[in-house]
Design a protein around this ligand. Sequence first.
Ligand SMILES: Cc1ncc(COP(=O)(O)O)c(C=O)c1O
Length: 354
Amino acid sequence: MTATWTLDSQVFKDNIKHVMQGQPVMAVVKNNAYHYGLDFAVEAFMSAGIDTFSTTVLHEAVRVRELAPDATVFLMNPSTEFDVLKANSIHMTLPSLDFYMTHQKDLAGINVHLEFENLLHRSGFKTFDEMKQVIELNQEQGEEHQMKIVGIWTHFGYADEFEVPDYDIEKEAWLNGLEDMLTLYHFDYIHAQNSASFVRDGLFDQHTHARPGIILYGSRPYSSLSTDVTVQSLTVSANVIQIRTLEAGESAGYSFAYTADKRSRIAVIDIGYGDGILRTRSKHDCVINGRRYPIRALMMSHLFVEVDEAVKPGDTVILYSNDIRIDEHTFKGVGANSEQLSALNHHSLKKEII
Ligand SMILES: Cc1ncc(COP(=O)(O)O)c(C=O)c1O
């Protein structure tokens, strides 16, 4: 008996097409494809017809290139390993005027996408005028010294927010600036929308790709969406290894983690925060034999769950599945979808792809 991370590959693949809704998608595969596994995810996305990928680190971009020789691979963080970028035909963000000025020579021959900073303030050109300046400076170079400006992009910081006007503000700034840029220059790649923006608005006019991550991996970006929008193909399960009885007033777990208010049956489960279950997850339920039971304490390698007479040693305990989803817990405040996914420990959990 071992706690297990199980991925249903057919469900994952079927869900990709369902999420894409027939639109062109640049799949975000950063952080080991949201911890689903880069190799698995790239193969699955390709089988669904996706041929454009983005990540934040160069070694992942290089791996995508190996897996997908004909794909467009876009590096969302700047890198100064220009030789590697060139050798692997990796497209890269151009994050500022300053970056261009500093690396002008080395950028020759590299495919870049101009990045607009907008309200996230993480990276990108402050203004579209600065972008125009770079286009002009680049055109003034001899052809062999020019970088190839093939794309333009931004990232929204507020597409998951409904209570504040900031998504509308950043959207308007981007769409107006883009319209102006398009009167001057043709871009082969125009992309802006994460999962939330794509589901809220559909693919914007003139955009060549949406750029979703989390929704491709089976979690909803915001809570008012129906669960039908995306299906979770991942199951995290564990086992009842013992049943203990606590009398009223007795405590179990370190430092009085749980004190019984009545005679209670406590199931000891073989999974804990060392396996990557977030601490806040222990405020909620798990599923045993199709019924939800409350988690009472979380330790490094164990959970306590208060159960009834129906639960026996050897029973399977579901922490996450499509019936008790990661996004359900995100909306209960457990932590972002990607935070829980990233935390899951692939060294201590048994990993199965079926
Ligand atoms: C630049 C960029 N684009 C797209 C995404 C995808 O976002 P989401 O997972 O919300 O779809 C991310 C994720 O953080 C990102 O950093």
